[in-house]
Design a protein around this ligand. Structure first.
Ligand SMILES: *Cc1c(COP(=O)(O)O)cnc(C)c1O
Length: 406
């Protein structure tokens, strides 16, 4: 069976994790701090905070910005539930908008229609690793017309004076837009290091700060270190210093820090990201495109255009003119050929909970259309050229058997 995206755990990672275990320091400490600095250098961004997930990072930023009841947050309907759930946690109004047909990303036209005086945050998602058009988004929220609608209710909102762009960059570590890394394209970006993501720490995430003046990104980093550690004004490492045992709780904070064991995995992953991880993923995706591009029924994902290059996180193939039922039947045949495939994603408005509170996929027709004909192919470091052929053969014969029975 060809798996979908198993992690690549080799001796270098095992050695570094063992080093962390033997170092006498296993929670947030020197390795996490080093990992944060290395990510900041990689993205060319001022400050990075590592946490135990991207979900925690997205939520902590909504909370830091003071998002709550009566506020609205704009999110694409076609994303993983994490993007939506964090808005619910804050008690704010979740405003789904539809996506583009061509690249799966949130529709700029639909965002413009969805903005109201209560809009506080827009959360674009770099679907499959392909960056959204951040120039367009940044210009929109900075435009006089949209700024004049904005109602600031907190100090942070007043300081920014406009809608915050909080990028869900869970897929797009290493992707670029106009030559810039996805960590440096908008106010704040959040990466995921979950086991299936391009760069993993088993579980983990990073918040990348790029807030404009008069914000001081280092001050915000320091404040959020406290907010993500119970509101305790000294972390465990600081408390180990001689005589430094006294601490205070300055707010009822959260608990979502990254451990040094996780950071040990991330340090090894990041050091070889550009030399090994990205090129391998790129090779797999390009090979899929070369082979499947010969078939009229295949709609290939955009990997690169004149402004953007993906991180090659997912390979979201679409099959032209099929129904959701045909897609499911094709997937079954691919699984029968011992190849694992997936669908990214079941649109959030189609899930039980979100339906029960009134969302309806009929309002997001492009999302539904993209979903109904989408099949994600396996992309992972240890996938061999021979296996790539096995995958494409399985896809081709499955598709051709189903579309022929019509
Ligand atoms: C994986 C993922 C997340 C959540 O990442 P975690 O690190 O697991 O919290 C958020 N958004 C999208 C689009 C994802 O795919």
């Amino acid at each position: 069976m060809i798996k979908f995206s198993p992690p690549h755990i080799d001796q270098a990672i095992i050695d570094e994790v063992v080093n962390a275990l033997k170092s006498g320091w296993i929670t947030t400490g020197p390795r996490t701090k080093q990992f944060e600095k290395d990510i900041a250098a990689y993205c060319k961004a001022p400050n990075v905070l590592c946490l135990n997930s991207a979900t925690a990072g997205l939520e902590i930023i909504l909370r830091w910005f003071g998002v709550g009841p009566n506020d609205e947050v704009i999110v694409p309907a076609y994303t993983y539930c994490a993007t939506a759930n964090v808005v619910m946690h804050c008690g704010a109004k979740l405003v789904f908008v539809d996506v583009n047909q061509n690249d799966f990303n949130i529709s700029f036209e639909q965002i413009k229609k969805a903005i109201t005086p209560n809009t506080k945050v827009i959360m674009p998602v770099d679907f499959a690793g392909l960056p959204c058009n951040y120039n367009e988004l940044n210009d929109l929220v900075k435009s006089a017309e949209i700024k004049s609608l904005f109602k600031a209710n907190t100090t942070e909102q007043e300081k920014l004076g406009r809608i915050l762009i909080l990028s869900d960059a869970a897929h797009s570590f290493g992707a670029t837009f106009n030559g810039k890394n996805t960590g440096a394209l908008c106010d704040i970006a959040v990466f995921s290091f979950h086991a299936v993501k391009n760069l993993t720490t088993s579980e983990g995430g990073a918040v990348v700060f790029n807030l404009p003046e008069p914000f001081n990104n280092l001050d915000i980093y320091n404040a959020l270190c406290i907010k993500t550690l119970h509101g305790q004004n000294k972390d465990a490492l600081a408390k180990t210093q001689k005589g430094n045992w006294k601490y205070d709780i300055v707010e009822p904070g959260y608990k979502c820090n990254m451990t040094d064991i996780s950071a040990a995995i991330g340090l090894v992953e990041l050091a070889r990201y550009d030399s090994m991880i990205l090129p391998k993923r790129k090779h797999i995706c390009e090979t899929y495109s070369k082979i499947l591009g010969q078939h009229e029924w295949a709609q290939l994902p955009i990997l690169k255009d004149d402004q953007r290059e993906t991180s090659y996180h997912l390979y979201p193939l679409r099959i032209k003119n099929i129904t959701e039922q045909q897609r499911d039947a094709i997937m079954q045949k691919i699984f029968d050929a011992d190849v694992s495939v997936n669908v990214h994603f079941i649109p959030v408005p189609m899930t039980s909970y979100y339906k029960s509170i009134g969302y309806n996929i009929a309002n997001y027709p492009v999302t539904y259309k993209n979903f109904s004909c989408e099949i994600s192919l396996p992309v992972f470091i240890d996938l061999t050229d021979q296996e790539i052929i096995t995958v494409t053969n399985a896809v081709i014969s499955a598709v051709e058997s189903i579309i022929q029975t019509n």
